[in-house]
Design a protein around this ligand. Structure first.
Ligand code: ADP
Ligand code: ADP
Length: 229
């Protein structure tokens, strides 16, 4: 079942930059897709369009076989992790991670507290509930941003080079955690990377893009038998 369908999408920015040309991509339920390619090839542009954060110039995008209006309804939750941590500076870590649950009016039940604890645990931030973002390292702020996306248990998780700014140990740990979550929860994930290693290690499918003029040039299924830790 397709979760996301990008059909014949061109994106030309206001200054004339052609960022996408004829992009076609269908993401099915449960796939873990990486968008791989050199800097400037249009990965972020495509991901933002997939999130409904950017408009197409021509072409069409559908979510769960409908228009964007369906996003947010039952079983059709979408979460986006930006390239940089985007935390509210005036709010403590726990409150930052709680934000999407508050927006969903999830209430104050113990279930909510448990979800927040789980999300913080996943990214190794247990015990940092009461810190302010500025008190955390850049990597920890990024992990808090990832926890905020995960706390909603999204059906479609879109991540724009989420591990790019992290040290290698944190990155490897998060890679393994995301892989584990993907297997356990059956989420559909699309993430941007320029690391071939990350693409092959993490994803079930690698979509390769080339710069000028932002085309998808290859689409590779990673063998299920690929040895994963
Ligand atoms: P759109 O065509 O989607 O409306 P715009 O061309 O108006 O996009 O640009 C949106 C924003 O991105 C503007 O604030 C602009 O300054 C900024 N921007 C312009 N060029 C670049 C670039 N090369 N990379 C990233 N951001 C850019
Ligand atoms: P990637 O994520 O692969 O690095 P991007 O999608 O950020 O690529 O950018 C694709 C192309 O579009 C680049 O040439 C970039 O400079 C340009 N670009 C990105 N955002 C904007 C914008 N808002 N306005 C104008 N040009 C942009």
């Amino acid at each position: 079942r397709p979760v996301l369908q990008v059909s014949s999408v061109d994106k030309i920015y206001g200054n004339g930059t052609v960022a996408l040309k004829g992009a076609d991509l269908t993401v099915k339920q449960g796939e873990f897709v990486s968008l791989l390619g050199p800097s400037g090839c249009g990965k972020s542009t495509l991901l933002r369009i997939m999130a409904g954060l950017g408009q197409v110039t021509t072409g069409n995008v559908r979510w769960w076989e409908q228009d964007y209006g369906v996003v947010g309804s039952r079983g059709r939750k979408l979460a986006f992790v930006f390239q940089n941590a985007t935390l509210m500076p005036w709010a403590r870590v726990r409150k930052n991670v709680r934000l999407p649950l508050d927006l969903e009016h999830a209430g104050k039940s113990e279930d909510v507290e448990q979800k927040i604890d789980d999300a913080l645990g996943m990214v190794g931030l247990k015990g940092f509930d009461n810190s302010f973002p500025r008190e955390l390292s850049g990597g920890m702020q990024m992990r808090a941003s990832i926890a905020r996306a995960m706390v909603t248990e999204p059906n479609l998780l879109l991540m724009d080079e989420p591990f790019g700014a992290l040290d290698e140990m944190t990155r490897n740990k998060l890679n393994d955690d995301v892989l584990k979550l993907w297997k356990e929860k059956g989420w559909t994930i699309v993430f941007v990377t320029h690391s071939v290693y990350e693409a092959v290690y993490l994803s079930s499918r690698v979509v390769v893009m080339a710069a000028r003029p932002g085309r998808i040039v290859d689409d590779i299924a990673i063998e299920e038998s690929y040895p994963r830790s």
